[in-house]
Design a protein around this ligand. Structure first.
Ligand SMILES: [Zn+2]
Length: 418
């Protein structure tokens, strides 16, 4: 009997210890509203709290829109410390205008890249997986289509496959980001003048070593009908002017698996030089470039901190170059943001509290090996004419309206440059 009570006491004490321990030190696993909070009965259909866009007196001629896929503010904070400590100056520090972007989709508090990029490209808040489609499945006009009708040159650049959700949302229309055959077809037939990235496989049939289920060989058509770039070296020969569309597809799928692939910066450099020369030589109105550092997101999904920092390095260099370019001419708006945060990256004290330390303790807070997007607001930075509309808190759809106002899209006359 005595032994029984001893056991009982041990069980009770360990249960109590576990209870105290979990409540003190375990991560908070509160799922609102299960504990401590009342259910907020919000409605996803409520009107979006759209930011008031102010009229921009002197308009931008060009826009360079840079998206760090999955780049939350702690990605920047971690990158800063790794590169040179808390006072290291990143490209993001150079912007005088900054804000925060709410990223939710129309029916989900956590967005995917498709819904978020559609918000950026069209101002329409939609469902996850939707590419250039409204929630009801109808196609929405995106900024590159609006600009094509107004004499603009547009470029899409990504370090992932160009058919991936973010770039696709600026050219294609599909209710699933996974319909890559149809998305590749839309990109080929779109009015985008310069397409640079990976994903050649999605433009070639499986029978010829590609990834398409049908027999369409878009790569052959690119070679026959347009300018086709196959390697980083091809980016060095920039034509004086754009006489035909340019497709630069440098890898079967994503870029960066071999050292000879072009960097995001090399692709952006090609795009703005060729676009600018074309605008001058063919009397176009201006240019729009969307360039994505796609793999910041992928490394964060993998909880690969070192890989993420390498991707941030490439993105940071690209942002620096875009800003240098814009500062040299004063007619170009540069906007830098992310579509969502990935990985729940945290920066914590690496040591005992109150002890000085130079070490960074960065932790991913989404499932190990299966990291996912979070609902965190993401930073946005802007420089150039119209930058003022990118300060404060924006909805992701506001980014479209702020870019449209920067170039005065509603006042531009209808004309086609090329
Ligand atoms: Zn994304």
């Amino acid at each position: 009997m005595k032994t029984f009570f001893k056991y009982l006491l041990t069980i009770v004490l360990s249960a109590l210890a576990t209870f105290i321990f979990i409540n003190q030190y375990a991560p908070l696993l509160i799922s609102v509203p299960d504990k401590d909070m009342e259910l907020v009965d919000f409605d996803f259909n409520q009107t979006i709290n759209q930011k008031k866009i102010v009229s921009v007196p002197s308009k931008a001629k060009n826009i360079i829109f840079l998206i760090g896929d999955g780049m939350g503010s702690n990605h920047i904070a971690a990158y800063r410390v790794i590169k040179g400590g808390p006072n290291f100056v990143t490209a993001f520090d150079r912007f005088s205008t900054s804000g925060l972007v709410k990223t939710h989709a129309v029916d989900s508090l956590v967005t995917d890249s498709a819904a978020s990029a559609t918000a950026f490209s069209s101002g329409v808040k939609t469902k996850n997986r939707y590419i250039g489609k409204a929630p009801d499945g109808s196609s929405v006009r995106n900024i590159t289509e609006l600009l094509f009708d107004r004499g603009y040159i547009s470029s899409l650049i990504a370090t992932s496959e160009i058919t991936h959700a973010t770039p696709a949302s600026f050219a294609a229309h599909n209710i699933s980001r996974y319909n890559t055959d149809e998305i590749a077809s839309d990109i080929f037939n779109s009015n985008i003048h310069i397409v640079l990235g990976g994903g050649k496989g999605f433009f070639m049939p499986e029978t010829l070593g590609g990834l398409r289920k049908d027999d369409t060989n878009f790569v052959q058509r690119m070679i026959d009908e347009y300018i086709f770039l196959n390697s980083a070296d091809d980016l060095e020969n920039i034509p004086d002017s754009l006489d035909s569309k340019v497709f630069g597809l440098f890898a079967q799928e994503e870029l960066g698996l071999v050292d000879s692939d072009p960097s995001l910066l090399e692709m952006l450099d090609y795009a703005y030089q060729l676009s600018d020369q074309t605008v001058q030589n063919q009397n176009c109105k201006g240019f729009f470039i969307m360039a994505e550092g796609s793999q910041i997101d992928w490394r964060s999904h993998d909880n690969d901190f070192i890989g993420m920092i390498a991707q941030m390095d490439e993105f940071n260099a690209t942002v620096n170059a875009a800003l240098d370019y814009a500062q040299s001419r004063e007619d170009t708006l540069v906007v830098v943001t992310a579509d969502h945060e990935t990985g729940g990256l945290l920066i914590e004290q690496d040591n005992q509290r109150y002890r000085a330390s130079k070490n960074i303790k960065a932790t991913w807070n989404t499932a190990v090996g299966r990291g996912s997007h979070t609902g965190a607001m993401v930073p946005i930075f802007a420089y150039g004419p119209g930058a003022e509309n990118f300060s404060g808190i924006l909805d992701n759809t506001d980014v479209f309206y702020a870019m449209s106002e920067a170039i005065g899209i509603s006042e531009l006359e209808l004309t086609v440059c090329k």
